[in-house]
Structures are given as C-alpha cells and as structure tokens.
Write a protein that binds this ligand. Structure first.
Ligand code: PMP
Length: 301
C-alpha cells in the first residue's frame, strides 16, 4: 500500500509516521469509532452521503461515551481537499475517518479522543463482481449487549469470527442470523432479496447497522415504484428467493450468486439497482436527494 499523507492529531503526516501507544485504550480494546466514506471521480470529485456519515459518526461518538463532537462539514472538506492535493489523487477513493484514544488508558477511558482522516484507493465495482455466501453458526452481536447501530472497532471482532467461519466453509462472505434466528446482515454489508418482484430486507430491529447504502437502495426502489418490505426474515425464505444482493459503502451493490448449494441468477432488479446506484454516486441521477457533495477542485485527467 502506498504511504499516503493522512491527517492525524491536527497535522498532515505520512501514514508511516503516525504512532499510537501499544497500551492505548484503542490498541488494547478496539475502542474507536469510525466511518468509511466513498469519493467518486468524475469531472470533479464527489463524496457520497457525506452529511449522513458525519451524523452517524457523531452518534457513535456519543454512544461510545467519547467527549467530542464530530468536526464540521467545512473543516472535513478542507482536509479532504488538502489530502487530494498532497497525495496527487486522481481516481476513486475511500476515506477512513476514525476517532480513537491515543493515550495509555483502560477501556473505561474518559480521555478526549483524537481523529485521523486517511485516504485509501478504492475503485468502484465492475458489473461482473459477485460473491458466494454461507449462513454461519456465528450470530450477529445482540444490540442488547453492544449497539450494532454504531461503527465501533470492537464490533468488527464479531465480523471477524463470522468471516473466518465463512472462509473455512469455502464461501466469500458470511450471512449472520441474530439471537432470535432472523437474518441480520453480512460483514460490512446489508442484505436484500427479491421474491416475485418484491424487494425485501431485514428490518432495523434485526441487529443490523443502520446502513446508509441500505437507505439509498430503499429510496431508489421507492422512487421507481417498487414494493419494499422491511421486516424479520427467515433463513428458508432467503434461500427460496429469486435474487439476492448485498450493499454497503465499500461493497456498493454486489450480487450474490451462491448461498451454500443454492444457485441464484443475477436478475433484472439486481442489475437495475447496480446501475441506478452507479448513477447516484456519480452525481448523474437522483440529484434532488442531495446525496453528493462536490469537491471544488478540478480533476486532472
Ligand atoms: N453492516 C455493517 C456491519 C457494516 O460494517 C457496514 C459498512 N459500514 C454496513 C452494514 C453497510 O453500511 P453503509 O452502507 O453505511 O456503509
């Protein structure tokens, strides 16, 4: 990976110069909150759903008990502009925006967090991307124990267990059920399926992250007059569906071709949402939703 400039603890430094005490609360206990935000290169750079990511990060800061408020959109944009220039970025990329405790302390730390903003090069999905999945014995963490609504580093250890289980069973990704035996989500992605033209996805009380992409997908389908159901979903109906796809800021729209031994075709509605999502992130469609923030910097071609 290239040694990019990042913004850490109020200065622009090379990623390799950023340090963290080994006994900090973040290194020891995964105590951090973060967002992964996508930036798409067109005639200008466009950030997708920036305000929503900043709002979710602010909620995460609150819920984890960090004594900080997220920086303003204006400050964020100034940092991103500078990072694009310093790193000579000329392609799609992703931004990791993380608040952490960089002092030696326990998980109960009430120290003030610092933040870093780091670019990671990540191009948009090509139309032939797909994944295979397996239902895991590993369950999604219960929001009665740890909130699944926030993006906290420690939550991803649950994802790690499920991912390792999926890999050991020969699949690309896991599908996790929740404590009540309903379908919850994957790692880093929410799940949608289609049955007889109806678009179905687990409801927000299925121990899922309130995914911004899930919200985008629902709004695009609604705008185009498709019937949407957000509800509890059983394993059997998922396996009997006509089409399945997963979605998330990183994975965008990714079709699912195989769940265990059940084959799925990449159907018309999956192709439709893939295409519409690509238009939305590139600021070519759904402009009335105000989802894209243009970075006022001409792109070198
Ligand atoms: N679920 C989990 C557990 C995730 O980590 C992510 C990625 N942030 C998602 C769903 C998708 O969320 P979003 O669309 O906001 O990226």
């Amino acid at each position: 990976m290239k040694d990019y400039f990042i913004f850490y603890n109020n200065s622009f430094i090379k990623q390799s110069d950023a340090t963290l005490p080994v006994l900090s609360a973040s290194t020891q206990f995964g105590l951090n909150v973060f967002e992964g935000i996508r930036v798409y290169k067109e005639d200008y750079f466009y950030i997708f759903r920036l305000e929503d990511h900043l709002e979710r990060l602010n909620n995460s800061l609150n819920q984890i008990g960090f004594n900080a408020k997220v920086i303003s959109t204006k400050e964020f944009l100034e940092i991103i502009r500078e990072l694009i220039v310093l790193n000579k970025i000329n392609t799609d990329f992703s931004i990791r925006f993380t608040y952490l405790i960089n002092e030696i302390d326990s998980w109960s730390s009430n120290k003030c967090p610092v933040f870093f903003i780091a670019p990671l090069i990540k191009e948009r999905n090509s139309a032939d991307t797909f994944k295979t999945m397996v239902l895991t014995n590993t369950r999604r963490i219960s929001s009665l124990a740890m909130s699944t609504k926030i993006k906290c580093g420690a939550n991803y250890i649950n994802s790690r267990y499920a991912y390792l289980e999926a890999k050991s069973k020969g699949a690309d990704l896991p599908i996790l059920k929740n404590k009540d035996n309903f379908i919850s989500e994957s790692t880093g992605a929410c799940i949608f399926f289609i049955k007889k033209g109806v678009v179905i996805t687990p409801s927000l009380d299925s121990d899922i992250l309130e995914s911004i992409t899930r919200d985008t997908v629902i709004k695009i389908f609604q705008e185009n007059n498709y019937k949407i159901e957000q509800r509890h979903v059983y394993e059997e109906e998922l396996k009997k569906s006509d089409e399945i796809f997963i979605c998330g800021s990183a994975t965008e729209i990714t079709p699912v071709k195989l769940i265990e031994k059940v084959d799925f075709k990449i159907g018309d509605l999956t192709k439709f949402i893939f295409h519409e999502y690509q238009l939305a992130v590139a600021a070519k469609s759904y402009k009335n939703y105000g989802w894209t923030t243009k970075i006022d910097l001409k792109v070198n071609s």
